[in-house]
Design a protein around this ligand. Sequence first.
Ligand code: ZN
Ligand code: FE
Length: 266
Amino acid sequence: MLKVEPIPAFQDNYIWAIHDGRSVAVVDPGDAAPVLAYLERKGLQLGAILITHHHGDHQGGVAQLLASHPLGPDGRSLPVAGPATEKIGHRTQAVAQGDTVTLAHPALTLRVLEVPGHTAGHIAYTGSLDGLGPVLFCGDTLFASGCGRLFEGTAAQMLRSLDQFAALPDDTRVYCAHEYTASNVRFARAVEPRNNALARWQDKVAELRAAGQPTLPTTIGHEREVNPFLRSRLPQVRQALAGRMPADADDAAAFAALRAWKDEFR
Ligand code: ZN
Ligand code: FE
């Protein structure tokens, strides 16, 4: 049985911890200190590190984690998986589309998806975890009710990346790397004021945040109902974009207009 828990870091990052009660794989440890405190508090051993992209808030803690935990529970050097085409310090496994990452501690296998857009070599990890079912660790590509900014990739690339996510099973638990949900939902409401599922979700998000709770994980099925970036082909979303793109804009141009609107939305 595996569990996934958030380790809050910086202002609004989540470092995700996948553990079996003994050893942990951490996803995107941008900072070592909260991970070390978590290991200590839970009495868990660090077993592996998974990185989604090169940004400092996702890999900045790797060096310090390895300095204090050079070896995994089996006495071998700690595996560090990361995207093959990006500069990831201390990476031991360079992975690309379709590759699998198999860990011993904790025992699990995840499949790699290449999801360019936020960065050029961004990857995500997906698979089915023992006791949890389908999961997705998507870094800064998909957020609850939102998506990552296009720093290195194009709108067309990001749309294809999100299409890969949308094709995953509805019950896939989605572990995003930031708590951006409340502001994303405000934007989503501006795009789709008549989406009732979104209105209900906004109330739920407010309730969770008021209680100091994460709004994550979300699920693919839920995101398909409330996330404008997974809904950019729908007539009501295209209509909302009418003044921001030509009427004959293709799917990528519509997605670009939606992303540009979010960039300037306050
Ligand atoms: Zn990032
Ligand atoms: Fe980030």
